[in-house]
Design a protein around this ligand. Structure first.
Ligand code: ADP
Ligand code: MG
Length: 585
């Protein structure tokens, strides 16, 4: 996937955090307040100890102390809850944004990615935004403030000793400058490997029957183990450099402690400063340690977050379709005319051309069969009508106007499309049927179930239309799946019905029934069918014969048998066989 990061990671991160900034500030302030209140505790203890002698105030002071501790705990808990809640909100916002992108992804972009990898970006990478966008952000601010305050105090005590300290800290900075980019690279490797692993997992679990039938479990396991190992390597590499980064700050302080001790001693001897100043300076030097450590930690967390942001940004930069689904209702109901004019098309720039000037014109209504050898480009015709892909040149017209003059949603609302090997989605049978037409009435549903001959099957199911099918549900046979897919498309009441090899898995009885359905639909809709069965093809009003990306001939069965040798051959040989199992489809 391309790495097009348009904005620096910190900007993107701040963008995620922005909507929650007031909660974040409140959470940060409360967390700080509890830390400050902790500082007041020793004072109370001192009062308490002083009170031992007098004996009077003890119980009151103990009560105050108890209240202080309780309040502190409550405020602290609330503060950190606010921070964690904000962190979860950031993850939620990032996930929603990604999902909105993914569902509108253009099909060619999807062709070039692994769904499993995309899934890992939504599920895993977003969680890495959690810490960097809240906890780290708050501690970056508080640690910087502490650092500045401490350094100011040191400057007031002795500017010369401060210079020595700053030199040591500068050295630490140089080390961090080398180490931190390595953390970033390692984090990216780890996260990419998680993506690879998800993709491999999807491939193996999504095709477990094929994996088992091919006795490929061990090989698939090795692939998954390798991907997991790669993620481990990235994690270990990142941990190594994080360990270095985390201890560099402490080391620099301890080194400068030694130097300050030596140089400060000399300055005491020469009378430049007194001993008390040196001691105070050394104490402040130790105060520098926690904020320095914290800042180094924030820097490493930021690298991990930045790697996640880069992977999320890659998804954001994939080409997407505009969101027009609000307008997705077909207004017209008349059958549509479809025409291709000199369409040239290739699936991607580095692949050979698939359509070499495809041209045909289909009047509204009736049934048109597309026939031709496998690979001729028939399915591609349907994909182009749906505008899943754009032709390189030439025009696709519906009712005489270019498909580009419709919005995608309007165009697709007019079409019922049953793809080759159309899937049954997991969910109930009703969900499946209403998927393309959520507002269809029960009467429409009954009618469509009747014409697709699904009633008998449904009445045999335990919960009828509410039976869960697909993954983790009742499995349907190939022919049943096809009929469910056809019913789904018919319920949409399309102006144009595209059926791609829908008869391939039907037995003779069901195929005959489907022919009736098609004939019925062709009275009110333009029906285009990719078919291999002679029985289906011969009933067509016209037949478009395709071969190697071109239209060879258009005509009726009788005309074509006489005029087109390829068609005549298809009609007499196995390609257009009339038997149940003879079709190549
Ligand atoms: P048919 O439906 O007539 O069997 P297709 O339209 O599916 O043929 O395919 C035509 C050609 O385009 C084939 O050579 C096929 O390999 C290629 N093709 C189909 N889909 C894709 C795709 N998504 N990416 C790249 N090439 C494809
Ligand atoms: Mg096909």
């Amino acid at each position: 996937m391309s790495t097009q990061t348009s904005q620096p990671a910190w900007r993107v991160l701040l963008g995620y955090v922005r909507p929650f900034r007031s909660v974040l500030v409140l959470g940060g302030v409360l967390s700080l307040a509890t830390a400050a209140a902790g500082l007041a505790l020793p004072l109370v203890v001192r009062e308490l100890i002083e009170g031992f002698g007098s004996g009077a105030e003890i119980s009151g002071l103990l009560l105050v102390m108890t209240l202080l501790v309780l309040t502190n705990a409550a405020i602290g808990a609330f503060g950190s809850f606010l921070l964690e809640r904000t962190a979860e909100s950031v993850v939620l916002a990032a996930r929603r944004q990604l999902v909105s992108r993914l569902l509108w992804l253009r099909i060619p972009a999807l062709d070039e990615t692994e769904p499993g990898d995309l899934m890992s970006r939504v599920s895993a990478d977003t969680t890495l935004l959690r810490e960097v966008s809240t906890q780290s952000l708050v501690s970056a601010v508080t640690s910087s403030l502490t650092l500045v305050a401490t350094v100011t105090m040191m400057a007031l005590l002795d500017p010369v000793l401060l210079l020595v300290t700053l030199a040591a800290l500068g050295l630490a900075q140089v080390v961090l400058g080398v180490v931190v980019p390595r953390i970033s690279r390692a984090a990216k490797v780890a996260q990419e490997s998680v993506g690879t692993m998800s993709a491999a997992l999807e491939r193996a679990l999504g095709n477990l029957r094929t994996v088992k039938a091919s006795t490929a479990e061990q090989r698939e396991r090795d692939r998954l183990h390798d991907a997991a190992l790669e993620a481990w390597r990235g994690g270990v590499q990142a941990a190594k450099w994080q360990a270095v980064a985390g201890n560099t700050a402490g080391l620099a302080i301890q080194l400068s402690f030694i130097v300050v001790l030596g140089l400060g001693g000399a300055r005491v001897v020469s009378g430049a400063i007194d001993v008390a100043t040196l001691v105070a300076f050394l104490l402040y030097l130790y105060y520098l340690m926690p904020p320095m450590r914290e800042l180094a930690h924030v820097a490493t967390q930021y690298q991990v977050g930045a790697a996640a942001v880069a992977r999320i940004q890659e998804v954001e930069s994939l080409p997407a379709e505009p969101d027009e689904s609000a307008a997705a209702t077909a207004v017209e109901t008349t059958p549509a005319a479809v025409a291709f004019e000199q369409v040239h098309f290739r699936y991607s720039a580095d692949l050979p051309e698939v359509h070499h000037g495809v041209t045909f014109a289909i009047p509204p209504g009736g049934m048109t069969a597309f026939v031709g050898p496998s690979g001729a480009g028939k399915t591609t015709v349907f994909s182009l009508i749906e505008r899943f892909y754009e032709p390189e040149s030439g025009r696709i017209l519906i009712d005489g106007t270019d498909v580009h003059s419709w919005s995608l949603a309007e165009l697709r609302a007019a079409i019922g499309y049953v793809e080759q090997d159309a899937p049954v989605l997991s969910g109930t049978l009703r969900d499946n049927l209403l998927f393309a037409a959520p507002r269809a009435s029960d009467a429409d549903l009954d009618q469509v179930l009747a014409v697709t001959r699904l009633e008998a099957m449904i009445s045999r199911l335990p919960d009828g239309l509410d039976t869960v099918v697909g993954h983790r549900g009742v499995k349907l046979s190939g022919g049943e799946r096809q009929r469910v897919a056809i019913a789904r498309a018919l319920l949409r009441r399309p102006r144009l019905l595209l059926l791609d090899e829908v008869t391939s898995q039907l037995d003779a009885v069901n195929e005959a029934a489907l022919r009736e359905t098609i004939a019925e639909a062709a009275r009110t809709t333009t029906v285009l069918v990719v078919a291999h069965r002679l029985s289906t093809v011969t009933m067509a009003d016209r037949i478009v014969v395709m071969d190697t990306g071109q239209v060879r001939a258009v005509g009726t069965h009788t005309e074509l048998v006489a005029a087109d040798p390829l068609y005549a051959e298809l009609a007499t040989t196995q390609l257009l066989a009339n038997t149940d199992n003879g079709g190549i489809a």
